[in-house]
Design a protein around this ligand. Structure first.
Ligand SMILES: NC(=O)c1ccc[n+]([C@@H]2O[C@H](COP(=O)([O-])OP(=O)(O)OC[C@H]3O[C@@H](n4cnc5c(N)ncnc54)[C@H](O)[C@@H]3O)[C@@H](O)[C@H]2O)c1
Ligand SMILES: O=C[C@H](O)CS(=O)(=O)O
Length: 484
Protein backbone atom coordinates (compact mmCIF):
# COMPACT_ATOMS: atom_id res chain seq x y z
CA UNK A 1 0.00 0.00 0.00
CA UNK A 2 1.60 3.25 -1.19
CA UNK A 3 1.09 5.56 1.83
CA UNK A 4 3.49 8.24 3.05
CA UNK A 5 2.21 7.55 6.59
CA UNK A 6 1.39 3.83 6.90
CA UNK A 7 0.09 4.37 10.45
CA UNK A 8 -3.03 5.87 8.86
CA UNK A 9 -3.96 2.38 7.67
CA UNK A 10 -5.73 0.93 10.73
CA UNK A 11 -7.30 -2.53 10.88
CA UNK A 12 -8.75 -1.98 14.36
CA UNK A 13 -11.58 0.02 15.89
CA UNK A 14 -11.29 3.14 18.09
CA UNK A 15 -13.15 2.74 21.40
CA UNK A 16 -12.54 4.85 24.51
CA UNK A 17 -9.21 6.06 23.17
CA UNK A 18 -7.96 2.51 22.54
CA UNK A 19 -7.50 0.65 19.26
CA UNK A 20 -9.25 -2.69 19.68
CA UNK A 21 -10.10 -5.92 17.88
CA UNK A 22 -13.52 -7.55 18.08
CA UNK A 23 -13.99 -9.34 21.40
CA UNK A 24 -14.20 -12.66 19.57
CA UNK A 25 -11.42 -11.79 17.13
CA UNK A 26 -13.77 -11.94 14.14
CA UNK A 27 -12.93 -9.78 11.15
CA UNK A 28 -14.49 -8.55 7.91
CA UNK A 29 -12.58 -8.52 4.61
CA UNK A 30 -12.57 -5.22 2.71
CA UNK A 31 -11.98 -5.59 -1.02
CA UNK A 32 -10.71 -3.32 -3.77
CA UNK A 33 -13.65 -2.99 -6.21
CA UNK A 34 -11.23 -2.52 -9.10
CA UNK A 35 -8.91 -5.51 -8.60
CA UNK A 36 -11.22 -7.60 -6.35
CA UNK A 37 -8.21 -8.20 -4.09
CA UNK A 38 -8.47 -7.86 -0.30
CA UNK A 39 -7.27 -4.42 0.87
CA UNK A 40 -7.32 -5.50 4.52
CA UNK A 41 -9.59 -6.57 7.35
CA UNK A 42 -11.47 -4.75 10.12
CA UNK A 43 -13.01 -6.05 13.35
CA UNK A 44 -16.47 -7.56 13.13
CA UNK A 45 -17.73 -5.88 16.28
CA UNK A 46 -21.19 -6.26 17.75
CA UNK A 47 -23.35 -4.99 20.58
CA UNK A 48 -20.81 -5.61 23.37
CA UNK A 49 -18.10 -3.42 21.87
CA UNK A 50 -20.75 -0.85 20.90
CA UNK A 51 -22.03 -0.58 24.47
CA UNK A 52 -18.46 0.07 25.66
CA UNK A 53 -18.09 2.81 23.05
CA UNK A 54 -21.37 4.41 24.14
CA UNK A 55 -20.23 4.30 27.80
CA UNK A 56 -16.92 5.94 26.86
CA UNK A 57 -18.75 8.67 24.93
CA UNK A 58 -21.10 9.25 27.87
CA UNK A 59 -18.15 9.59 30.26
CA UNK A 60 -16.46 11.99 27.88
CA UNK A 61 -19.62 14.09 27.52
CA UNK A 62 -19.56 15.06 31.21
CA UNK A 63 -16.41 17.12 30.67
CA UNK A 64 -16.35 17.72 26.89
CA UNK A 65 -19.69 19.58 27.05
CA UNK A 66 -18.10 22.06 29.48
CA UNK A 67 -15.15 22.96 27.30
CA UNK A 68 -15.40 26.25 25.49
CA UNK A 69 -16.47 26.55 21.88
CA UNK A 70 -13.13 28.21 21.26
CA UNK A 71 -11.30 25.17 22.63
CA UNK A 72 -13.33 22.75 20.52
CA UNK A 73 -12.85 25.05 17.53
CA UNK A 74 -9.07 24.91 18.01
CA UNK A 75 -9.20 21.10 18.04
CA UNK A 76 -11.22 21.15 14.81
CA UNK A 77 -8.78 23.59 13.19
CA UNK A 78 -5.89 21.26 14.09
CA UNK A 79 -7.83 18.27 12.72
CA UNK A 80 -8.46 20.22 9.49
CA UNK A 81 -4.73 20.88 9.10
CA UNK A 82 -3.87 17.22 9.70
CA UNK A 83 -6.52 16.04 7.20
CA UNK A 84 -5.21 18.34 4.47
CA UNK A 85 -1.60 17.35 5.20
CA UNK A 86 -2.69 13.71 4.73
CA UNK A 87 -4.87 14.43 1.68
CA UNK A 88 -3.00 12.09 -0.67
CA UNK A 89 -2.86 9.23 1.83
CA UNK A 90 -6.56 9.58 2.67
CA UNK A 91 -7.41 9.71 -1.03
CA UNK A 92 -5.30 6.60 -1.64
CA UNK A 93 -7.20 4.68 1.03
CA UNK A 94 -10.50 5.91 -0.45
CA UNK A 95 -9.67 4.87 -4.01
CA UNK A 96 -8.43 1.49 -2.78
CA UNK A 97 -11.65 0.70 -0.91
CA UNK A 98 -14.29 2.66 -2.83
CA UNK A 99 -12.82 2.80 -6.33
CA UNK A 100 -13.44 6.43 -7.28
CA UNK A 101 -10.80 8.09 -9.49
CA UNK A 102 -7.91 9.40 -7.37
CA UNK A 103 -8.53 13.01 -8.44
CA UNK A 104 -12.16 12.71 -7.26
CA UNK A 105 -10.98 11.14 -4.00
CA UNK A 106 -8.58 14.05 -3.39
CA UNK A 107 -11.47 16.40 -4.09
CA UNK A 108 -13.65 14.60 -1.58
CA UNK A 109 -10.98 14.88 1.11
CA UNK A 110 -10.86 18.65 0.59
CA UNK A 111 -14.68 18.76 0.63
CA UNK A 112 -14.74 16.68 3.84
CA UNK A 113 -12.13 18.94 5.45
CA UNK A 114 -14.15 22.04 4.53
CA UNK A 115 -16.89 20.95 6.97
CA UNK A 116 -14.28 20.65 9.76
CA UNK A 117 -12.99 24.17 9.10
CA UNK A 118 -16.53 25.57 8.73
CA UNK A 119 -17.82 24.17 12.02
CA UNK A 120 -14.64 25.14 13.88
CA UNK A 121 -16.04 28.65 13.41
CA UNK A 122 -19.78 27.91 13.59
CA UNK A 123 -19.37 26.45 17.09
CA UNK A 124 -18.36 29.91 18.29
CA UNK A 125 -21.56 31.44 16.90
CA UNK A 126 -24.08 29.34 18.81
CA UNK A 127 -25.98 32.33 20.14
CA UNK A 128 -28.82 32.38 22.68
CA UNK A 129 -31.54 34.98 23.17
CA UNK A 130 -33.07 37.24 25.79
CA UNK A 131 -36.85 37.68 25.39
CA UNK A 132 -38.85 40.63 26.83
CA UNK A 133 -40.84 39.12 29.68
CA UNK A 134 -44.63 39.62 29.82
CA UNK A 135 -44.30 39.54 33.66
CA UNK A 136 -42.59 42.53 35.31
CA UNK A 137 -40.33 40.71 37.80
CA UNK A 138 -39.23 38.00 35.38
CA UNK A 139 -36.45 37.66 32.83
CA UNK A 140 -36.42 35.15 29.98
CA UNK A 141 -33.20 33.72 28.58
CA UNK A 142 -32.84 31.10 25.84
CA UNK A 143 -29.75 28.90 25.92
CA UNK A 144 -28.48 26.26 23.51
CA UNK A 145 -26.77 23.15 24.83
CA UNK A 146 -25.23 20.06 23.19
CA UNK A 147 -27.73 17.26 22.63
CA UNK A 148 -25.40 14.58 24.08
CA UNK A 149 -23.91 11.30 22.77
CA UNK A 150 -24.54 10.99 19.02
CA UNK A 151 -24.66 7.85 16.90
CA UNK A 152 -23.33 8.39 13.37
CA UNK A 153 -24.02 5.83 10.62
CA UNK A 154 -22.65 6.55 7.15
CA UNK A 155 -22.61 5.15 3.59
CA UNK A 156 -19.79 3.95 1.34
CA UNK A 157 -20.13 6.40 -1.56
CA UNK A 158 -18.52 9.46 0.08
CA UNK A 159 -16.64 7.76 2.93
CA UNK A 160 -14.95 10.91 4.23
CA UNK A 161 -17.39 13.76 3.61
CA UNK A 162 -20.44 11.93 4.98
CA UNK A 163 -18.57 11.51 8.28
CA UNK A 164 -17.15 15.02 8.71
CA UNK A 165 -20.46 16.63 7.59
CA UNK A 166 -21.90 15.04 10.74
CA UNK A 167 -19.15 14.86 13.34
CA UNK A 168 -17.68 18.33 12.75
CA UNK A 169 -20.88 20.07 13.92
CA UNK A 170 -21.40 17.45 16.64
CA UNK A 171 -17.91 17.99 18.10
CA UNK A 172 -18.20 21.76 17.65
CA UNK A 173 -21.40 21.65 19.72
CA UNK A 174 -19.76 19.50 22.43
CA UNK A 175 -21.22 16.09 21.50
CA UNK A 176 -19.09 12.92 21.59
CA UNK A 177 -19.76 10.55 18.67
CA UNK A 178 -19.93 6.81 18.03
CA UNK A 179 -19.47 6.21 14.31
CA UNK A 180 -20.36 3.13 12.30
CA UNK A 181 -18.98 3.60 8.77
CA UNK A 182 -19.99 1.35 5.89
CA UNK A 183 -18.43 -2.11 5.95
CA UNK A 184 -17.36 -1.44 2.34
CA UNK A 185 -15.28 1.65 3.16
CA UNK A 186 -14.02 1.57 6.77
CA UNK A 187 -10.38 2.54 6.22
CA UNK A 188 -11.07 6.15 5.32
CA UNK A 189 -13.11 6.54 8.50
CA UNK A 190 -10.49 4.86 10.70
CA UNK A 191 -7.75 7.08 9.24
CA UNK A 192 -9.86 10.15 10.10
CA UNK A 193 -10.05 8.73 13.63
CA UNK A 194 -6.25 8.51 13.83
CA UNK A 195 -6.02 12.17 12.84
CA UNK A 196 -8.73 13.21 15.31
CA UNK A 197 -6.70 11.59 18.10
CA UNK A 198 -3.58 13.45 16.90
CA UNK A 199 -5.56 16.71 16.84
CA UNK A 200 -6.12 16.31 20.58
CA UNK A 201 -9.74 15.24 20.93
CA UNK A 202 -10.13 13.57 24.34
CA UNK A 203 -10.61 9.85 24.85
CA UNK A 204 -14.21 8.88 24.11
CA UNK A 205 -14.96 11.93 21.97
CA UNK A 206 -14.54 10.02 18.71
CA UNK A 207 -15.33 6.28 18.65
CA UNK A 208 -15.38 4.22 15.43
CA UNK A 209 -16.84 0.72 15.17
CA UNK A 210 -17.00 -1.66 12.25
CA UNK A 211 -19.06 -4.82 12.14
CA UNK A 212 -22.50 -6.27 11.82
CA UNK A 213 -24.72 -3.33 10.83
CA UNK A 214 -27.79 -4.71 12.61
CA UNK A 215 -25.83 -5.60 15.76
CA UNK A 216 -23.93 -2.33 16.07
CA UNK A 217 -26.92 -0.33 14.83
CA UNK A 218 -29.29 -2.07 17.21
CA UNK A 219 -27.09 -1.23 20.21
CA UNK A 220 -26.81 2.39 19.07
CA UNK A 221 -30.51 2.91 18.37
CA UNK A 222 -31.61 1.06 21.51
CA UNK A 223 -29.37 2.82 24.01
CA UNK A 224 -31.01 5.58 26.10
CA UNK A 225 -27.54 7.12 26.53
CA UNK A 226 -27.50 7.90 22.79
CA UNK A 227 -29.54 11.07 22.40
CA UNK A 228 -29.29 11.47 18.65
CA UNK A 229 -28.84 9.44 15.47
CA UNK A 230 -27.45 11.05 12.33
CA UNK A 231 -27.77 8.64 9.40
CA UNK A 232 -26.87 8.88 5.76
CA UNK A 233 -27.83 6.03 3.50
CA UNK A 234 -30.74 4.42 1.75
CA UNK A 235 -34.33 5.35 2.49
CA UNK A 236 -35.04 1.71 3.31
CA UNK A 237 -32.49 1.63 6.14
CA UNK A 238 -33.37 5.17 7.20
CA UNK A 239 -36.97 4.13 7.84
CA UNK A 240 -35.81 1.09 9.81
CA UNK A 241 -33.51 3.16 12.01
CA UNK A 242 -36.21 5.78 12.53
CA UNK A 243 -38.48 3.06 13.91
CA UNK A 244 -35.67 1.70 16.12
CA UNK A 245 -35.04 5.15 17.59
CA UNK A 246 -38.67 5.73 18.52
CA UNK A 247 -38.38 3.75 21.77
CA UNK A 248 -35.89 6.24 23.20
CA UNK A 249 -37.18 9.34 21.36
CA UNK A 250 -33.83 10.23 19.81
CA UNK A 251 -33.20 13.37 17.78
CA UNK A 252 -32.87 12.37 14.12
CA UNK A 253 -30.98 13.63 11.09
CA UNK A 254 -31.68 11.50 8.01
CA UNK A 255 -29.96 12.01 4.65
CA UNK A 256 -31.54 9.39 2.42
CA UNK A 257 -32.03 8.32 -1.15
CA UNK A 258 -32.75 10.48 -4.17
CA UNK A 259 -34.27 10.31 -7.64
CA UNK A 260 -33.21 13.66 -9.06
CA UNK A 261 -34.94 15.02 -12.17
CA UNK A 262 -32.75 16.96 -14.61
CA UNK A 263 -34.90 19.08 -16.94
CA UNK A 264 -33.59 20.60 -20.19
CA UNK A 265 -35.99 23.18 -21.63
CA UNK A 266 -35.88 24.11 -25.31
CA UNK A 267 -34.44 27.56 -24.54
CA UNK A 268 -31.47 26.06 -22.63
CA UNK A 269 -27.84 26.36 -23.67
CA UNK A 270 -27.43 22.72 -24.77
CA UNK A 271 -23.64 22.65 -24.37
CA UNK A 272 -24.01 23.96 -20.81
CA UNK A 273 -26.75 21.41 -20.15
CA UNK A 274 -24.51 18.59 -21.38
CA UNK A 275 -21.76 19.83 -19.04
CA UNK A 276 -24.35 19.83 -16.26
CA UNK A 277 -25.34 16.23 -16.91
CA UNK A 278 -21.69 15.16 -16.96
CA UNK A 279 -21.13 16.88 -13.59
CA UNK A 280 -24.34 15.63 -12.02
CA UNK A 281 -24.83 12.18 -13.49
CA UNK A 282 -21.32 10.75 -13.74
CA UNK A 283 -19.64 12.07 -10.57
CA UNK A 284 -18.44 9.02 -8.58
CA UNK A 285 -19.66 6.88 -11.47
CA UNK A 286 -23.25 7.93 -10.79
CA UNK A 287 -23.01 6.57 -7.22
CA UNK A 288 -24.14 9.87 -5.75
CA UNK A 289 -27.34 10.70 -3.88
CA UNK A 290 -27.88 13.98 -5.75
CA UNK A 291 -26.98 12.73 -9.23
CA UNK A 292 -29.43 13.18 -12.10
CA UNK A 293 -31.44 9.96 -12.10
CA UNK A 294 -34.04 11.01 -14.71
CA UNK A 295 -33.21 13.42 -17.55
CA UNK A 296 -36.21 15.18 -19.11
CA UNK A 297 -35.53 16.93 -22.45
CA UNK A 298 -38.10 19.11 -24.23
CA UNK A 299 -39.14 17.66 -27.60
CA UNK A 300 -37.71 20.48 -29.75
CA UNK A 301 -34.14 19.84 -28.59
CA UNK A 302 -34.35 16.13 -27.69
CA UNK A 303 -32.45 14.68 -30.63
CA UNK A 304 -29.76 17.38 -30.64
CA UNK A 305 -29.23 17.00 -26.91
CA UNK A 306 -29.07 13.18 -27.09
CA UNK A 307 -26.48 13.38 -29.86
CA UNK A 308 -24.31 15.90 -27.97
CA UNK A 309 -24.48 13.92 -24.72
CA UNK A 310 -23.73 10.56 -26.36
CA UNK A 311 -20.64 12.01 -28.05
CA UNK A 312 -19.18 13.12 -24.71
CA UNK A 313 -20.23 10.03 -22.72
CA UNK A 314 -18.80 7.75 -25.39
CA UNK A 315 -15.36 9.32 -24.90
CA UNK A 316 -15.25 8.86 -21.10
CA UNK A 317 -12.31 6.82 -19.80
CA UNK A 318 -13.30 3.78 -17.71
CA UNK A 319 -10.79 2.01 -15.47
CA UNK A 320 -8.89 1.69 -12.22
CA UNK A 321 -9.10 4.87 -10.15
CA UNK A 322 -5.32 5.12 -9.89
CA UNK A 323 -4.85 5.33 -13.68
CA UNK A 324 -4.37 8.91 -14.87
CA UNK A 325 -7.35 10.32 -16.75
CA UNK A 326 -9.82 7.66 -15.62
CA UNK A 327 -13.26 9.27 -15.19
CA UNK A 328 -15.40 6.26 -14.31
CA UNK A 329 -14.11 3.73 -11.78
CA UNK A 330 -15.59 0.36 -10.76
CA UNK A 331 -18.98 0.02 -9.09
CA UNK A 332 -18.80 -0.79 -5.37
CA UNK A 333 -20.01 -4.37 -5.54
CA UNK A 334 -21.72 -7.06 -7.59
CA UNK A 335 -25.18 -5.99 -6.41
CA UNK A 336 -24.57 -2.52 -7.85
CA UNK A 337 -23.65 -4.02 -11.24
CA UNK A 338 -26.72 -6.25 -11.14
CA UNK A 339 -29.00 -3.28 -10.44
CA UNK A 340 -27.50 -1.26 -13.30
CA UNK A 341 -27.89 -4.20 -15.66
CA UNK A 342 -31.50 -4.71 -14.56
CA UNK A 343 -32.30 -1.06 -15.26
CA UNK A 344 -30.72 -1.20 -18.73
CA UNK A 345 -32.36 -4.51 -19.64
CA UNK A 346 -35.76 -3.31 -18.40
CA UNK A 347 -35.49 -0.06 -20.39
CA UNK A 348 -34.63 -1.84 -23.65
CA UNK A 349 -37.32 -4.48 -23.07
CA UNK A 350 -39.88 -1.67 -22.80
CA UNK A 351 -38.82 0.16 -25.96
CA UNK A 352 -35.79 2.18 -24.92
CA UNK A 353 -32.52 2.30 -26.91
CA UNK A 354 -29.02 2.28 -25.42
CA UNK A 355 -27.29 4.63 -27.88
CA UNK A 356 -23.88 4.39 -26.18
CA UNK A 357 -22.22 2.32 -23.43
CA UNK A 358 -23.87 0.00 -20.95
CA UNK A 359 -21.48 -2.85 -21.68
CA UNK A 360 -18.96 -4.90 -19.72
CA UNK A 361 -15.78 -6.09 -21.45
CA UNK A 362 -15.39 -8.65 -18.64
CA UNK A 363 -18.50 -9.60 -16.67
CA UNK A 364 -16.33 -10.91 -13.82
CA UNK A 365 -15.35 -7.32 -13.01
CA UNK A 366 -17.26 -4.38 -11.54
CA UNK A 367 -16.63 -2.13 -14.53
CA UNK A 368 -19.47 -1.07 -16.81
CA UNK A 369 -19.21 1.60 -19.50
CA UNK A 370 -21.24 4.79 -19.03
CA UNK A 371 -24.50 4.71 -20.94
CA UNK A 372 -27.09 6.99 -22.55
CA UNK A 373 -30.59 5.57 -23.10
CA UNK A 374 -33.20 7.23 -25.36
CA UNK A 375 -36.94 6.57 -25.69
CA UNK A 376 -37.25 6.23 -21.91
CA UNK A 377 -40.78 6.15 -20.46
CA UNK A 378 -42.35 6.40 -17.02
CA UNK A 379 -43.14 2.66 -16.82
CA UNK A 380 -39.45 1.77 -16.69
CA UNK A 381 -37.47 0.98 -13.50
CA UNK A 382 -35.19 3.97 -14.09
CA UNK A 383 -38.19 6.25 -13.54
CA UNK A 384 -38.83 5.05 -10.00
CA UNK A 385 -35.58 3.61 -8.60
CA UNK A 386 -32.18 5.12 -7.84
CA UNK A 387 -29.95 3.51 -10.48
CA UNK A 388 -26.83 4.54 -8.57
CA UNK A 389 -24.66 3.94 -11.61
CA UNK A 390 -23.43 5.56 -14.87
CA UNK A 391 -26.73 5.47 -16.78
CA UNK A 392 -28.30 8.61 -18.31
CA UNK A 393 -31.96 7.90 -19.22
CA UNK A 394 -33.52 10.53 -21.52
CA UNK A 395 -37.28 11.17 -21.23
CA UNK A 396 -39.00 13.42 -23.82
CA UNK A 397 -41.59 16.03 -22.80
CA UNK A 398 -43.72 18.64 -24.60
CA UNK A 399 -44.78 21.22 -21.99
CA UNK A 400 -43.43 22.71 -18.74
CA UNK A 401 -46.45 21.41 -16.85
CA UNK A 402 -45.80 17.87 -18.13
CA UNK A 403 -42.15 18.07 -17.04
CA UNK A 404 -43.05 19.30 -13.55
CA UNK A 405 -45.66 16.60 -13.03
CA UNK A 406 -43.19 13.91 -14.11
CA UNK A 407 -40.35 15.36 -12.03
CA UNK A 408 -42.48 15.35 -8.87
CA UNK A 409 -43.94 11.88 -9.49
CA UNK A 410 -41.61 10.22 -6.94
CA UNK A 411 -41.58 9.69 -3.17
CA UNK A 412 -38.09 11.21 -3.13
CA UNK A 413 -37.27 14.90 -2.87
CA UNK A 414 -33.53 15.45 -2.47
CA UNK A 415 -32.17 17.33 -5.53
CA UNK A 416 -33.38 18.58 -8.90
CA UNK A 417 -31.80 20.45 -11.81
CA UNK A 418 -33.10 22.46 -14.71
CA UNK A 419 -31.62 24.46 -17.56
CA UNK A 420 -33.35 27.49 -19.02
CA UNK A 421 -32.61 31.10 -19.89
CA UNK A 422 -36.13 32.25 -19.02
CA UNK A 423 -36.18 34.22 -15.76
CA UNK A 424 -39.90 33.85 -15.07
CA UNK A 425 -39.67 30.12 -15.75
CA UNK A 426 -36.76 29.92 -13.26
CA UNK A 427 -39.02 31.11 -10.43
CA UNK A 428 -42.11 29.18 -11.60
CA UNK A 429 -40.27 25.86 -11.86
CA UNK A 430 -38.16 26.35 -8.69
CA UNK A 431 -41.30 26.98 -6.65
CA UNK A 432 -43.08 23.92 -8.03
CA UNK A 433 -40.28 21.33 -7.75
CA UNK A 434 -40.68 19.15 -4.63
CA UNK A 435 -37.05 18.85 -3.52
CA UNK A 436 -34.70 20.24 -0.87
CA UNK A 437 -32.08 21.51 -3.32
CA UNK A 438 -32.17 22.73 -6.93
CA UNK A 439 -29.38 23.39 -9.44
CA UNK A 440 -30.38 26.02 -12.00
CA UNK A 441 -28.01 25.98 -14.95
CA UNK A 442 -25.53 24.19 -12.65
CA UNK A 443 -24.97 20.45 -12.33
CA UNK A 444 -23.33 20.28 -8.92
CA UNK A 445 -23.51 22.14 -5.63
CA UNK A 446 -21.36 20.33 -3.07
CA UNK A 447 -20.42 23.06 -0.59
CA UNK A 448 -20.19 23.43 3.17
CA UNK A 449 -21.70 26.92 3.18
CA UNK A 450 -25.23 26.00 2.06
CA UNK A 451 -27.84 23.74 3.71
CA UNK A 452 -27.90 20.21 2.26
CA UNK A 453 -30.86 17.88 2.63
CA UNK A 454 -34.14 16.62 1.27
CA UNK A 455 -37.89 16.43 1.79
CA UNK A 456 -40.45 13.64 1.50
CA UNK A 457 -38.65 10.24 1.69
CA UNK A 458 -35.23 11.78 1.09
CA UNK A 459 -34.80 12.65 4.72
CA UNK A 460 -35.09 14.96 7.70
CA UNK A 461 -32.93 17.92 8.67
CA UNK A 462 -30.08 19.79 6.99
CA UNK A 463 -26.29 19.45 7.02
CA UNK A 464 -23.71 22.16 6.44
CA UNK A 465 -24.25 25.93 6.64
CA UNK A 466 -25.40 27.39 9.99
CA UNK A 467 -28.30 24.91 9.91
CA UNK A 468 -25.99 21.94 10.41
CA UNK A 469 -25.01 22.69 14.00
CA UNK A 470 -28.62 23.18 15.14
CA UNK A 471 -29.07 19.43 14.59
CA UNK A 472 -26.72 18.83 17.55
CA UNK A 473 -28.15 21.43 19.95
CA UNK A 474 -31.10 21.54 22.34
CA UNK A 475 -32.90 24.82 23.12
CA UNK A 476 -33.42 25.53 26.85
CA UNK A 477 -35.58 28.44 28.09
CA UNK A 478 -34.87 29.98 31.50
CA UNK A 479 -37.69 31.93 33.26
CA UNK A 480 -36.12 33.86 36.16
CA UNK A 481 -38.57 35.39 38.63
CA UNK A 482 -38.51 37.60 41.71
CA UNK A 483 -36.42 40.31 40.11
CA UNK A 484 -37.82 43.41 41.77
N1 LIG B 1 -28.93 12.21 1.22
C1 LIG B 1 -27.63 12.11 1.31
O1 LIG B 1 -26.92 13.05 1.73
C2 LIG B 1 -26.95 10.83 0.90
C3 LIG B 1 -25.55 10.83 0.81
C4 LIG B 1 -24.92 9.63 0.42
C5 LIG B 1 -25.66 8.49 0.15
N2 LIG B 1 -27.01 8.53 0.27
C6 LIG B 1 -27.81 7.35 -0.04
O2 LIG B 1 -27.17 6.18 0.51
C7 LIG B 1 -27.44 5.05 -0.31
C8 LIG B 1 -26.12 4.39 -0.70
O3 LIG B 1 -25.36 4.12 0.46
P1 LIG B 1 -25.37 2.68 1.13
O4 LIG B 1 -25.51 1.62 0.09
O5 LIG B 1 -24.22 2.63 2.07
O6 LIG B 1 -26.72 2.74 1.98
P2 LIG B 1 -27.22 1.69 3.07
O7 LIG B 1 -28.46 2.26 3.61
O8 LIG B 1 -27.21 0.31 2.54
O9 LIG B 1 -26.08 1.72 4.21
C9 LIG B 1 -25.77 2.93 4.86
C10 LIG B 1 -25.17 2.62 6.23
O10 LIG B 1 -26.17 1.97 7.00
C11 LIG B 1 -25.66 0.77 7.55
N3 LIG B 1 -26.75 -0.18 7.75
C12 LIG B 1 -27.32 -0.99 6.85
N4 LIG B 1 -28.30 -1.72 7.44
C13 LIG B 1 -28.34 -1.33 8.75
C14 LIG B 1 -29.09 -1.70 9.90
N5 LIG B 1 -30.06 -2.64 9.82
N6 LIG B 1 -28.83 -1.10 11.09
C15 LIG B 1 -27.86 -0.17 11.18
N7 LIG B 1 -27.10 0.23 10.15
C16 LIG B 1 -27.34 -0.35 8.94
C17 LIG B 1 -24.62 0.31 6.55
O11 LIG B 1 -23.72 -0.59 7.15
C18 LIG B 1 -23.97 1.66 6.19
O12 LIG B 1 -23.05 2.01 7.18
C19 LIG B 1 -28.17 5.60 -1.53
O13 LIG B 1 -29.56 5.42 -1.39
C20 LIG B 1 -27.84 7.09 -1.51
O14 LIG B 1 -28.80 7.88 -2.15
C21 LIG B 1 -27.68 9.69 0.63
O1 LIG C 1 -23.97 11.14 -2.26
C1 LIG C 1 -24.34 12.08 -1.62
C2 LIG C 1 -23.45 13.23 -1.26
O2 LIG C 1 -24.07 13.93 -0.20
C3 LIG C 1 -23.25 14.07 -2.46
S1 LIG C 1 -22.39 15.55 -2.16
O3 LIG C 1 -20.98 15.24 -2.24
O4 LIG C 1 -22.76 16.07 -0.83
O5 LIG C 1 -22.84 16.46 -3.25
Amino acid sequence: MNLQDITLFRQQNLVAGEWINADNGATIDVDNPSTLSVVGTVPNCGSGETERAIAAAETCFATFRKTTAAHRGALLEKWFDLIMEAQDDLATLMTLEQGKPFAEARGEIAYAASFVKWFAEEGKRVYGETIPSPVQDRRIIVQKQPVGVCAIITPWNFPAAMITRKIAPALAAGCPVVIKPSEFTPFTALALGVLAERAGFPSGAVNILTGDPAGVGGALTGSPAVRKLSFTGSTRVGKLLMEQCAGTMKRLSLELGGNAPFIVFDDADLNLAVEGVMASKFRNGGQTCVCANRIFVQAGVYDAFAEKLAAVVGNMKLGDGFVDGVEIGPMINEAAIAKIRSHLDDATAKGGTVIVGGTQEDTSTRFISPAVVTGVTSDMLVADEETFGPVAPLFKFETEGEALAAANATPYGLAAYFYTNDLTRTFRVSEELETGMIGINVGGFATEVAPFGGIKESGLGREGAHHGIDEYLEVKTLHIGGIA
